[in-house]
Design a protein around this ligand. Structure first.
Ligand code: B12
Length: 449
């Protein structure tokens, strides 16, 4: 069959993100089907989609829905409207079957299936699309395939999870150039799965809890491919890169052995690392550490079910700074357990995190299939899954959301390393300008004085 895979994401805050998921989906089905990728960030965007569709005549159009919304408390934007326009543009030019997938879709499939009138959806790993195509082609029962949903057929869980996954990166695909020209950043996955139990987080639902690793040598090979294609930086997209020290140390060794020479960054849990950990990572090219710190109050960390305490944050921070790395901390304020006193603890503690950029998310986004969702239902803050499509944030009963924002802004006092949310359009525009001048990477080190 002819399959057109469309990346619907055109969100550019904090910067445009390479549609990594489609490299995997394409690789999984390319042996048996003819596949093309159309990235709505790429050349022509939605305007040239009609032409692409008429030229290729797909039997199936798979749409990747990465984001539901921008998760911005102050300026919330839901993407359902723009996805409707995209699907309308597809329908205007084609009678192909419409299949939805992607992390945003997996988090809350029903409103997408209904709102976009899709024929099928694949929850979780898109590598399963091959089974669905086979069922369609050979008139088999698609409903029996795990993770496949259809109008009227709901399945709550994505699993089971694949043990192996292969990326089909191809430097000649027209959209690759878009990311190379704007910052030169591509991305890379070293494992799937997250076993932590943070109450608000969707990752275990999207990727499963059990970790599945890519062999370190294979990760290094892919990094070399990205480098050869012209990438000047890559971001490791793992939920938490250091959730398995032996594997990521092996990845770092493999990078050095293979001669990977471009800088990279990743998400880290601020837990006590093995001796010399950050130095070894820095020697392997790591330049940017993004800590998912969330709070510096032990009471709140425990209420969020984070696997570390405030002191570990301070220690991990120091080790990363001492290794010469650029460090950012992400805070998630106003969740369950936040009070005026715990906010005080956090805002007092952040002053110890010298030489770093501090991103403050003042409100916890509520997603289905999380512990937070149940709590918000119990407390009457939400009533059903449908109403969490537009950004909906948990409000601590003990402190007003506006008060949190006010105190963060007041203590920040205009310091440029204190960013509310991901900085919104203003930060994205600054990043865009720096990319135009030839800079690369996430660039937040420009905010550290
Ligand atoms: C890494 C990451 C980032 C990095 C990306 C860096 C980079 N250069 O790539 C950074 C920090 C920049 C980032 C930013 C943002 N992110 Co982010 N990010 C992630 C994360 C952890 C991994 C994404 C990833 O690449 N995964 C690896 C690839 C291989 O997986 P995948 O894309 O999901 O694809 C698989 C399946 O989904 C499926 N699939 C995908 N497409 C299709 C299509 C079809 C047809 C089918 C059948 C299947 C299918 O198959 C693929 C292979 O199995 C996810 C959470 C997660 N664990 O998924 C959040 C996540 C995607 N991000 C999210 C959000 C909100 C954002 C931001 C809006 C945050 C902000 N306020 O700034 C921005 C938006 C950026 C943008 N321009 O779009 C949300 C999206 C949900 C939502 N509320 O919309 C997620 C799910 C996290 C969450 N809160 O739950 N992000």
């Amino acid at each position: 069959m002819k399959v057109l895979l469309v990346s619907a994401n055109t969100h550019k805050d904090p910067y445009p993100v390479y549609p990594l998921g489609l490299d995997y989906v394409a690789a999984a089905i390319a042996g048996d089907h003819e596949v093309q990728i159309a990235d709505m960030n790429g050349p022509g965007g939605v305007e040239s989609l009609g032409e692409t569709i008429r030229g290729f005549s797909p039997d199936v159009v798979g749409v990747s829905l990465r984001n539901i919304d921008n998760t911005d408390v102050e300026d919330p934007i839901g993407f359902m409207g723009s996805y409707r326009d995209l699907v309308q543009a597809i329908r205007n030019h084609s009678e192909a079957l419409l299949v939805l997938g992607g992390s945003g879709f997996t988090i809350n499939p029903e409103p997408f299936m209904d709102g976009l009138k899709a024929d099928y959806g694949v929850l979780g790993e898109g590598e399963r699309l091959g089974l669905l195509l086979d069922a369609i082609e050979n008139h088999k029962d698609a409903a029996a395939i795990p993770g496949v949903v259809m109008p009227g057929l709901r399945k709550p869980l994505p699993g089971p999870w694949g043990e192996e996954f292969h990326r089909g990166f191809c430097k000649d695909r027209p959209h690759v150039e878009f990311y190379l020209r704007r910052g030169g950043m591509l991305n890379l996955q070293t494992k799937r799965g997250c076993g932590y139990r943070c109450i608000y987080c969707t990752y275990p639902h999207i990727e499963g809890r059990a970790k599945r690793f890519v062999a370190p040598e294979k990760v290094a090979d892919t990094a070399l491919q990205l480098q050869a294609a012209g990438a000047r930086y890559f971001f490791i997209t793992d939920s938490v890169f250091n959730s398995d020290f032996p594997h990521n140390l092996a990845v770092a060794r493999a990078f050095r052995k293979a001669g990977v020479s471009i800088p990279w960054g990743a998400y880290f849990m601020p837990v006590g690392p093995p001796p010399n950990y950050f130095r070894l990572m820095a020697e392997a090219g790591l330049t940017h550490v993004e800590f998912g710190t969330e709070s510096l109050s032990d009471r709140v960390l425990s209420s969020y079910q984070k696997p570390f305490k405030a002191q570990e944050v301070i220690d991990a921070h120091q080790e990363a700074v001492d290794a010469g790395l650029h460090v950012a901390h992400f805070f998630l304020l106003g969740g369950p357990g936040e009070t005026s006193g715990t906010l005080e603890e956090t805002l007092g503690g952040v002053e110890k995190l010298k030489k770093s950029v501090l991103f403050f998310f003042c409100g916890m986004r509520i997603y289905p299939n999380t512990k937070l969702f149940g709590l918000a239902l119990e407390e009457g803050q939400i009533s059903n899954t449908g109403n969490v499509m537009e950004p909906v944030f948990y409000r601590s009963p003990h402190i007003d959301a506006a008060e949190i924002l006010r105190r963060v802004k007041s203590q920040g006092g205009g310091r440029i390393n204190w960013v509310v949310g991901s900085g919104g359009r203003k930060t994205a525009k600054t990043i865009e300008r720096l990319y135009e001048r030839g800079h690369t990477g996430p660039l937040w080190e420009h905010l550290v004085r």
